[in-house]
Design a protein around this ligand. Structure first.
Ligand code: HEC
Ligand code: HEC
Ligand code: HEC
Ligand code: HEC
Ligand code: HEC
Length: 426
């Protein structure tokens, strides 16, 4: 979350929150399940009491230090470095390396932290909750209400962001999903397996597993009555959730660790149906030409886009046979949750809600013949950050200046054309 630091500057990102605690749904269902055996409820229903309890414990903040590793662990089993896991789990490692989770301590955040740790250490510490969450990634630990130096701090690990151990390791024990056949029991005595085997739980298959970093608590920052980050709640009310699709179904297909989202054009295209239709096949000069653009999001599990940071720009205009734009023919719309840099209010929320659609009816008298309607949909995944980093640099980003410059360039590079079509009208 961007929030107001004591210097009354805005820092962070709109997704930050100090503590996330979710209000669990479907308690009645849970009570009904409790009398049955251990079988978890279907994915179309909320998580079981056991799954909720696991998730609450697994994602308690701050995540406690791992402590001493079991004596029989070899150096590679002791290591929390992603490369160590990658030695035995190469597929997940190579996926993760290309993912946004592996880059969550990039220059955009690191550049802010340079000065923030001095001017506002409390805010600086809170960023790690989601961007580098395990204790070994923190220079300090909270002990008895006081911050003390962390003897196990590993700066190299801190730079790696949301590492494997964030999701899979607590107190040097491994946790993971059931096998693909659904089984959870160990096939050999655990002490005979690398890293003493693992505890398998269906909690890994649930959206609630992702919510602690992708949803604000009900008492967190809101704008226009909606949490600033609301992905999990949007999902909960979505057609996708009713069909039993979880965050993992779409963002970790076949258990791949890729987490593609708004920054990936193919991922975004895979979620949308974009249709452009003229009301009739041909028009003559002087006619009013009519066309309709619709964007539906049947394979997106939340609002499109879910965050306040991206913007999607829709443009329709007439062009002549030389590709020149016809004056006064442009219609432009912005799809997004628009906020000013200080997050003081919501300017507009034109996102496409789950199950909803965007529709634009275009009508123009044709001043000539041989005209076409050109439609483009452009995605600016980091539109908010472009403005934010520009403002930071013009105010002086201090010690983080170079990194913020890099981050700003990256926000500009991330824009892409999602859809482009020319429709002959006459
Ligand atoms: C509740 C979890 C959470 C907390 C806490 C949090 N962030 Fe983020 N942050 C996210 C998520 C999720 C995204 C990706 C969505 C987006 O780009 O808006 C993100 C994106 C960002 C980005 C843009 C991507 C990049 O790497 O350049 C920056 C910069 C950032 N955060 C900085 C911060 C800072 C600084 C803090 C602390 C003041 C902070 N965040 C706290 C969850 C969090
Ligand atoms: C020396 C090799 C080795 C290293 C290093 C290692 N693992 Fe494993 N891991 C294994 C083996 C072997 C299994 C299969 C155990 C079983 O079937 O019970 C396994 C199983 C797993 C599973 C469950 C896989 C499945 O198929 O369901 C997860 C998750 C996991 N490891 C995570 C990690 C993480 C995270 C790290 C790094 C912190 C790590 N492992 C380091 C060898 C290793
Ligand atoms: C420990 C906190 C944490 C957890 C748990 C977590 N994420 Fe993230 N996620 C982040 C942060 C931080 C970012 C943004 C990183 C950045 O841009 O700097 C992010 C980014 C993403 C993105 C990329 C969005 C884009 O802009 O393209 C997707 C998709 C995503 N997460 C999905 C998931 C899913 C699915 C799960 C559950 C399996 C999950 N995340 C669990 C912290 C987390
Ligand atoms: C943001 C959380 C997150 C991070 C980071 C993460 N994983 Fe996972 N991992 C999961 C989830 C969730 C699943 C289960 C996905 C599913 O079943 O759809 C999983 C599944 C696995 C499995 C079982 C795969 C299978 O085919 O059965 C292995 C092995 C594994 N992870 C290893 C790793 C390694 C190694 C890393 C780091 C390189 C890593 N994970 C990083 C959340 C994470
Ligand atoms: C039915 C498939 C589906 C489900 C379920 C789903 N997503 Fe997505 N998600 C997408 C698609 C497609 C995109 C790309 C379009 C977009 O950005 O909305 C996306 C984008 C994102 C992004 C990029 C940022 C943004 O502003 O859009 C994040 C973060 C994300 N999803 C997190 C999650 C989390 C967390 C959950 C579970 C609570 C989840 N998703 C459930 C399909 C899904």
């Amino acid at each position: 979350m961007l929030h107001h630091s004591r210097a009354s500057r805005v820092v962070g990102c709109p997704e930050m929150n100090r503590m996330v605690s979710l209000v669990w749904p479907a308690m009645l269902f849970v009570l009904a399940m409790a009398s049955r055996a251990e079988a978890p409820p279907p994915l179309t229903a909320g998580p079981s009491a056991a799954e909720q309890e696991f998730i609450a414990r697994h994602w308690r903040r701050p995540i406690p230090p791992q402590g001493p590793p079991p004596a029989r662990f070899s150096p590679i089993e002791r290591s929390l470095q992603p490369e160590a896991c990658g030695a035995c789990h190469p597929v997940q490692f190579s996926d993760w390396q290309g993912s946004i989770h592996a880059h969550s301590m990039g220059p955009g955040i690191a550049g802010q932290l340079v000065d923030l740790v001095k001017t506002d250490p409390l805010s600086a510490r809170s960023c790690a909750t989601c961007h580098a969450p395990i204790a070994e990634q923190r220079p300090e630990l909270l002990e008895g209400g006081r911050w003390v130096a962390n003897p196990d701090f590993d700066p190299a690990l801190q730079a790696r962001g949301v590492v494997c151990a964030s999701c899979h390791v607590r107190e040097h024990q491994r946790f993971g999903p059931p096998r693909r056949d659904g089984s959870t029991a160990s096939r050999a005595p655990r002490a005979s397996l690398p890293h003493n085997g693992l505890t398998r739980t269906t909690a890994f298959l649930r959206s609630e597993f992702c919510a602690s970093c992708h949803q604000f608590a009900p008492d967190g920052p809101t704008l226009a009555g909606k949490p600033l980050e609301n992905t999990y709640e949007e999902w909960r009310g979505s057609p996708a959730a009713r069909r039993g699709l979880q965050c993992q179904s779409c963002h970790m297909p076949d258990r791949r660790h890729v987490w593609r989202g708004i920054h990936d054009a193919d991922m975004v295209r895979s979620g949308l149906d974009i249709v452009l239709r003229a009301a009739q096949p041909r028009y003559r000069q002087g006619d009013i030409a009519r066309a309709t653009l619709t964007i539906a999001t049947p394979r997106v599990g939340h609002a499109f886009p879910t965050y306040v940071t991206p913007a999607v720009l829709v443009r329709l205009e007439l062009i002549d046979s030389d590709g020149r734009a016809v004056p006064d023919s442009l219609e432009e719309r912005l799809i997004g949750r628009q906020v000013p840099l200080d997050l003081s209010r919501e300017i507009a929320d034109t996102r496409i809600p789950p199950g909803g659609r965007f529709r634009l009816d275009y009508a123009r008298r044709l001043p000539a013949s041989g005209l076409r309607l050109r439609v483009t949909v452009t995605v600016l995944p980091d539109e908010f950050y472009t403005r934010f980093f520009e403002a930071m640099l013009s105010a002086g980003a201090g010690g983080g200046d170079d990194q913020i410059r890099l981050a700003l360039e990256a926000t500009r590079r991330s824009a892409y054309t999602l859809y482009e079509k020319e429709l002959a009208l006459s």
